[in-house]
Design a protein around this ligand. Sequence first.
Ligand SMILES: [Zn+2]
Length: 48
Amino acid sequence: MTRDGPDAASTLPDCPVCGRPIATVTLTGPTDGVVSPCGCRIVPVALE
Ligand SMILES: [Zn+2]
């Protein structure tokens, strides 16, 4: 099995900026997103 398979929805990723768990990512543009609850701006990973 691979670690980065698509069945990782149950494991929340960590914010790449501050390292806190990501609850939700609000997209603000095609290449911009805001992480909740920490509020950092990130480039969202393409969601298939
Ligand atoms: Zn953050």
